[in-house]
Write a protein that binds this ligand. Sequence first.
Ligand code: PMV
Length: 326
Amino acid sequence: MAVATACANIALIKYWGKRNVALNTPAAGSLSLTLDRLRTWTEVVRDPSATHDRLELDGQPVIGRPVQRISKFADIVRAQVGDECRVVVRSHNSFPTAAGLASSASAFAALAVATSKAFELTLPPRELSVLARRGSGSAARSIFGGFAVMHEGQAEDGSDAYAEPLEGAGLQLCAAVAVAKSEAKKVGSTDGMELTRTTSPFHQAWIDCVNRDLPEAQSILRRGDFEALSELVEGNCLAMHANAMAARPGILYFRASTLWALEEVRTMRKAGIPAFFTIDAGPHVVAFTTPEYLEVVAQRLGGHPEVQEVLTSTVGDAAHLLQAMP
Ligand code: PMV
């Protein structure tokens, strides 16, 4: 039995497009901040008597695609150690699952740490990042705490497509997440990325944009320029969504509250409150700010009837093992 925890991360420079779908390698790099408030705890138990893998999410048995995903993931570890044993996975999230709130990042980072431990496979952080990536591209970044940079890699086998911590960032950021009242996201990231890659006329321009934005974001973070980071991150987020919207049929994750929150963040910034937004594959707006302004930003973001709640978060730590489920 092994238990691990990992935090989700929110990308400042987004990942949207795969180089190799089977290996889940990205077409470009990305940069994220791991958030403490969005956490997954996962227990993996080897079950020698079982004929198939099982999954329980928040105490409820799950069937279908999520089980296939964790089974495929466990197969990678089983193949590496030469052990066929089936597993029981019990997982718990501290936030709404599959609503475009990066739950796959914390889920597969925790699963990578717990599954490798359950099969007595000792992996250094970089290898854990490669393993987590096989489950979900953004999970590669959640192996690390704080800022993480994902490398797209060149190798055919995906061995150099991993994340690593960004050292020397001169900004202390925290986040307010405006959770929109909405059902689970309609277009998952894998389907959305493939539809965008194959049909959007803007896709190559987007990849080129990431290749320019990523080194710039790192140098801005090192010199601690909040204003420059705000412009860059919002621009990168809107470029990602413009690309997804230009797919056929267009993928639109925004809802009324999303557009309202974007305006609200920009209004705050004009009034001297340091804040900038980003949006993943869902309707929720994440506003990054500095610790002194977190409460005021969170309070302002709650002012729309379609915002269900605002979660506030400081920086999350690296994925790690625990003695038991909390
Ligand atoms: O890791 P995935 O396959 O769920 O993709 C994540 C995609 C975005 O959240 C929209 C962007 C990102 O870089 O996290």
